[in-house]
Design a protein around this ligand. Structure first.
Ligand SMILES: [Ca+2]
Ligand SMILES: [Ca+2]
Length: 134
């Protein structure tokens, strides 16, 4: 009975570690450019200000120049453009997945978990738990 509880706890901890590894493997933050980049060229500059000016006081969803996406192009959008002037989008992640180090580190963490599991199993074989009297 006691050995079953210890094995159950060990299996749960390994499962949790694997789930954490999978979550860290799959939750890459998406690269997003500055919100004031109206023409989506990767940089906030004068061309984005021209988009704001051409659509000033226009309303509607996804109107160019509506940087804060509140449905109207107004002074708040100009302030956002001003605060993000000359900001650039972060570089795109590499398209070649073989050069991406995350899968390798995930595999190494799985190998490490397997090694820990083997070490625990060997320790349990060398020092078995006493059988409790029923
Ligand atoms: Ca731009
Ligand atoms: Ca707006």
């Amino acid at each position: 009975m006691r050995g079953v509880k210890r094995g159950y706890t060990r299996d749960c901890s390994v499962t949790i570690a694997v789930l954490i590894g999978l979550l860290s493997f799959t939750t890459e933050p998406a690269a997003a450019g500055p919100m004031a980049d109206a023409n989506k060229d990767g940089t906030v500059n004068g061309q984005d200000l021209l988009a704001w000016q051409a659509n000033l006081f226009n309303t509607g969803k996804n109107t160019p120049g509506d940087f804060n996406q509140d449905g109207i192009v107004n002074g708040s959008d100009l302030l956002m453009w001003q605060s993000q002037l000359y900001m650039s989008a972060p570089p795109a992640p590499p398209q070649n997945t073989a050069a991406n180090p995350e899968p390798i580190s995930f595999t190494l963490s799985l190998l490490g978990l397997g090694g820990i599991s083997l070490a625990i199993r060997r320790r349990d074989r060398a020092h078995p738990a006493p059988i409790a009297a029923v």
